[in-house]
Design a protein around this ligand. Structure first.
Ligand SMILES: [Zn+2]
Length: 787
């Protein structure tokens, strides 16, 4: 998950859950515009060809890693010191870089992500700014950056201490190697640095500190705190996209040992396992921890009372917490005097892992009740759909507003009011963000995609599994992203402010809808409507299994989903991932037929009834009085055979001829004439551009219903309309396209035969009745005080 601002918007928009409106009216595109242009091949069913990279020995055409697949590895031995007064980090690291590639390297690249918050960073320079007639002090201040962050690099030297030549290029640093690094070789070198920590509340950021004025303490959430190896891969070579802020990280796996030195009264949460518990935890805390591991309810390791007592402490002593983490792509940690800490064990596959939460008292009562249990549920649901959670611990740390993920640890918003009340939006916002960020352990921490290139590969897949987890948490969970009905408003919107999902992370319009909501919904549609749960779940799990602890690309995902399910999904990837088309399929025309019975008497009755039921002609009606008597009425001599014979009369000869035709028919054919079946010829028009299966509900006069499902391949010729006949024994009262809102059809007003208006209501009001900003818990309290 993303930037501070984004997270703020995100929390607010949860309010939209209950106010979900019918989709916006039909977008501007007319049927004419989406019709294929003659001579231009726009058939939505053409196979994905040039869009995907050519398979090779590293990545196969089936979407699996090839027999010569390789990836680099970087191990880190890091020592950092947190200065709680100056609020700065000083660090030194030894990096061991393993060249598993078949290539010789003359230099290596490091990422200096902190440089994004330097005053002269590209992220700052490319931020568009504008003036207006009225501006707040804050708005004007933000025109020029105040905070000057960024790494101050000390030494860069080889293992023997010999300085290495290096060049800093914005958020990257090239280190020249004394000798070329051969395939299979490794290079060991040291880097030292310091940087000032950003005030996250004031300046934003994925990490930083929050200052609590009342007790003069900080809560630090520390990440991107060390120079990290850039990924060198078969796909991109060195990943040379600078860190601009939106596109997150591209990272190698490796083993970490991190020693964190800070004031002795701080409590530390971190990636990895604490290896010197005896030196930093009290005996009581260690006892509680061992009890927690076997407990199915969270156990307090640091209670609220203890945390409150610790807040005014100003220990002059220092402690060093040492953590080890194996096979992780990154490392992050958090610390504060304010932390409460609870933990419990969770059975995942064949082993038990830790679920833990760290939060200040300001997070309660919500955090103590929900956080660790949300961590546990996330591990269970995700493990079922991907791979068993492989790490020993998963931690949720409270951090105002943001949601940000790292291996085994994440920082999550959701803070009650100071009076301990909260809205259900705050509560569900908090649980949602915890599920989401803990879920990132799987995408991209384990299934390690390139976030700098493709936001959807981690956010989209993660949001999809988040949706599944929310449903296992609470059947009626107000899930905001994942179901087809919730994406319609976005997809019906202004196309000039929309990007295909396959767009680089920095250039995405409507980040949340594009990279989180739409791909999550697309996967849900594949699962529920296109592939079915059984085929989808197997293929999705296979993708996770193939690419756990590796670096998958979009093609690896697309190919694996088809390869493991036996379903051709090229049309679906093309439409949903490479275009901004939407779904709007109209049930344009319905024609109702019954077979003639072969019995001339029955047919004559039918013809007579139909004639009688014909609407009256307006002139005929008026002439009944305007013309008192016609010539024919006045003069009987004008009659002949045609004016005196019933035009529907059946002759004996007609009956005899019909009987002989019937006698000549096979028994089966004869039965068909008598069964009275109904034939409904339905024409569907593709107005939105995306082809989809047709889900058609047939409703009978007794209210019973039947659903017919037609695969999307009915659109295979690329025509704007398709026609299908549905045969029923009884007549229908209604035909409805997409009865369960599973197709993301943005305009349901053209989905019904006969057409049916959707009722809606508007609010008539005089003035606001409630005090501004009062939440339902506060209102209930006020109600209780009224007596
Ligand atoms: Zn995310």
């Amino acid at each position: 998950m993303g930037r501070g601002l984004w997270a703020v918007l995100w929390m607010f928009s949860v309010a939209g859950i209950h106010a979900q409106q019918a989709p916006a009216s039909r977008p501007g595109a007319t049927a004419q515009e989406v019709m294929p242009t003659p001579g231009v091949d726009v058939n939505p069913f053409r196979q994905l060809g040039p869009e995907l990279p050519t398979p090779n020995t590293y990545r196969t055409a089936s979407g699996a890693p090839g027999h010569e697949y390789w990836q680099q590895r970087a191990d880190y031995d890091i020592k950092v010191r947190l200065d709680d007064v100056a609020r700065r980090i000083d660090g030194e690291e030894r990096i061991t870089y393993f060249n598993n590639s078949p290539d010789m390297l003359r230099y290596v690249w490091l990422q200096l992500d902190q440089n994004q918050s330097a005053k002269d960073s590209d992220a700052e320079l490319i931020r568009e700014t504008r003036m207006s007639d009225r501006m707040t002090f804050d708005q004007v201040r933000k025109l020029e950056p105040e905070f000057d962050g960024g790494f101050r690099i000390g030494k860069v030297a080889d293992a023997s201490g010999k300085p290495l030549t290096y060049t800093v290029n914005k958020t990257m640093m090239r280190v020249e190697l004394p000798q070329p690094l051969q395939p299979g070789g490794k290079f060991v070198f040291d880097v030292s640095w310091w940087y000032p920590i950003n005030d996250r509340i004031k300046y934003g950021g994925r990490s930083g500190y929050e200052y609590f004025e009342e007790d003069d303490n900080c809560l630090y959430t520390i990440a991107q705190f060390y120079p990290r190896m850039v990924v060198y891969s078969d796909e991109t070579g060195w990943q040379h996209k600078q860190f601009l802020g939106a596109g997150e990280f591209t990272l190698n796996f490796g083993n970490y040992t991190v020693a964190i030195t800070l004031p002795a009264d701080h409590v530390v949460a971190s990636t990895g396992e604490l290896v010197n518990a005896k030196e930093v935890l009290t005996a009581e805390q260690r006892t509680r921890l061992s009890r927690a591991f076997t407990s199915n309810e969270p156990v307090m390791i640091v209670t609220e009372e203890e945390a409150r007592k610790n807040e005014p402490s100003r220990s002059k002593a220092q402690k060093t917490w040492v953590f080890k983490a194996e096979n992780v792509r990154d490392f992050a940690w958090a610390s504060s005097r304010k932390f409460l800490w609870d933990a419990m064990g969770v059975e995942v596959g064949a082993k038990r892992v830790w679920a833990m939460s760290y939060y200040p008292k300001e997070g309660n009562p919500l955090w103590e009740q929900y956080s660790t249990k949300a961590v546990a549920q996330t591990l269970l649901t995700y493990s079922k759909h991907t791979v068993d959670y492989p790490y020993p611990v998963a931690i949720s740390v409270h951090s105002k507003w943001i949601g940000m993920e790292y291996p085994m640890i994440c920082f999550n918003g959701g803070r009650p009011e100071p009076d301990g009340t909260y809205t259900d939006r705050t509560k569900y916002g908090m649980i949602t963000v915890i599920i989401h960020e803990v879920g990132h352990n799987f995408f991209p921490m384990i299934i390690n995609s390139d976030e700098r290139q493709w936001t959807w590969m981690d956010e989209g897949l993660n949001t999809f599994c988040q949706y599944l987890t929310e449903k296992e948490w609470d059947r009626n969970y107000p899930a905001r992203r994942g179901s087809a009905r919730d994406i319609r408003e976005y997809m019906a919107g202004d196309k000039s402010r929309m990007s295909p999902i396959m767009t680089n992370s920095e250039s995405i319009w409507q980040f949340g809808n594009n990279a989180y909501g739409k791909p999550a919904t697309a996967l849900n549609i594949l699962r529920e409507t296109v592939m079915g749960r059984e085929l989808f779940d197997y293929a999705f799990k296979e993708y996770a299994r193939r690419w756990a602890f590796r670096h998958p690309s979009p093609a690896d995902f697309f190919r694996t989903m088809e390869d493991a399910s036996g379903v051709d999904l090229d049309w679906f990837w093309r439409g949903w991932f490479y275009t901004t088309d939407h779904v709007d399929i109209a049930l344009e025309q319905v024609r109702w037929f019954q077979a003639e019975s072969g019995d001339p008497v029955i047919e004559a009755d039918f013809a007579r009834a139909r004639d009688a039921a014909k609407p009256a002609d307006i002139s005929l009606l008026r002439d009944r009085t305007a013309i008192p008597v016609t010539r024919l009425e006045a003069d009987p001599k004008l009659h002949d055979f045609y004016t005196t014979t019933d035009p529907f009369a059946v002759l004996e000869m007609d009956k005899a001829e019909a009987a002989s035709v019937l006698a000549g028919l096979e028994e089966g054919d004869r039965a068909m004439l008598r069964d009275g079946r109904n034939y409904y010829e339905c024409t569907f028009r593709n107005l939105g551009g995306l082809v989809m299966p047709l889900v058609v509900e047939l409703e009978f006069s007794d209210g019973t219903r039947e659903v017919r499902r037609i695969p999307a391949e009915i659109w295979k010729m690329g025509t704007p309309t398709v026609t299908k006949v549905f045969v029923t024994e009884r007549p229908l009262t209604r035909i409805l396209l997409d009865p369960y809102l599973e197709l993301a059809d943005v305009d349901m007003s053209n989905n019904s035969w006969p057409p049916r208006p959707e009722p809606s209501r508007f609010e008539l009001y005089k003035e606001k009745q409630r005090p501004e900003g009062e939440n339902p818990m506060q209102r209930a309290r006020r109600d209780g005080e009224r007596e």
